[in-house]
Design a protein around this ligand. Sequence first.
Ligand code: ADP
Ligand code: TRP
Length: 333
Amino acid sequence: MDTILSGMRPTGHLHLGNYFGALTNFIKMQNDFNCYFFIADYHMLTTHPNPSDLQDNVRIILSEYLASGLDADKATIYVQSMVPEVSELYMYLNMITYVGELERTSAFKEKVRQNPNNVNAGLLTYPTLMAADILLHRATKVPVGKDQQQHLEMTRNIAERFNRMYGVDYFPLPVAFNFEGELVKIPSLDGNGKMSKSYGEKATVYLTDEGNVLKKKIMSAKTDEGPQSMNSPKSIEIENLFSLLKLVSSEDTVKHFEDAYADCSIRYGDLKKQLLADMDAFLQPIRERIKEIYSDKAYLDKVIAIGTQKARLSAQKTLKEVREIIGFSPVMQ
Ligand code: ADP
Ligand code: TRP
């Protein structure tokens, strides 16, 4: 049976990109597969968060995972730093990962551009740690958004190299995966690339957004001067608004605005008002569940304790086998 694994860094609240790009994609598989979902707090250290932020962010993201429908009875949910076996595998994998291939990663180049004063070795080896996360449970499918595709390609290269160097067929070669088919990229509200917390806070909708905050973001979404002729193609900004509408509105609503666009009768103000109403209705139950779950610390601690135990069992088995393959003497174990 396929093993599915995914995770996210605890960087604050989840946004629609995280939700539709990775989380729901994963949630749809939790009934039928062996699933692991984790909080990548080791990865956070590449940007030096302070200790109290790190702890609260883990609680926030865990509450948001669960409120979105991640089921602790079905999937193994854990915190990366509580399964320290991953750091040993990371070290072994670093021995077979070339600095040149790490330097060519687009996410690394982007981080260097954004923050030239903090180009630490952990940032460079981020993809090796990600490969260790995935290979730790010998996962085969990794539900993530399109931006993570290159990291998965590196994981496959590293796994393949390990198998070749040691003459084994031990690690499966995992793929970036979307349950529905294509990997997705949820657009930002300002017409500028993907929705992301790193760029354009004001154009990013969080699962916790409500009231005026949500209204302001949606009503100030970028538009254009309107369709100039019947059936004219849409600009990127308008295409993005339609993509968001498709996520939260009924087919009839989408069709109504598609038709209005095609015959040039559309009013973008109406489109945004509808998007706001449907988005708010979509988020409302999730927001309530987040508040409830976040305040139940005992429940969150229990979820983590159970998840950690299950994840460590799987991790320890892999590490034992990896040490044998590498050739360490049994006495060393
Ligand atoms: P951010 O870009 O806000 O920092 P992350 O890099 O932490 O988000 O992404 C966490 C997960 O959510 C990853 O699997 C990533 O592919 C997915 N994701 C983030 N933004 C989007 C988006 N706009 N569209 C699709 N998936 C996304
Ligand atoms: N790099 C991923 C991100 O930025 C987070 C992550 C770390 C991850 N390890 C992983 C995702 C393993 C999937 C599998 O979102």
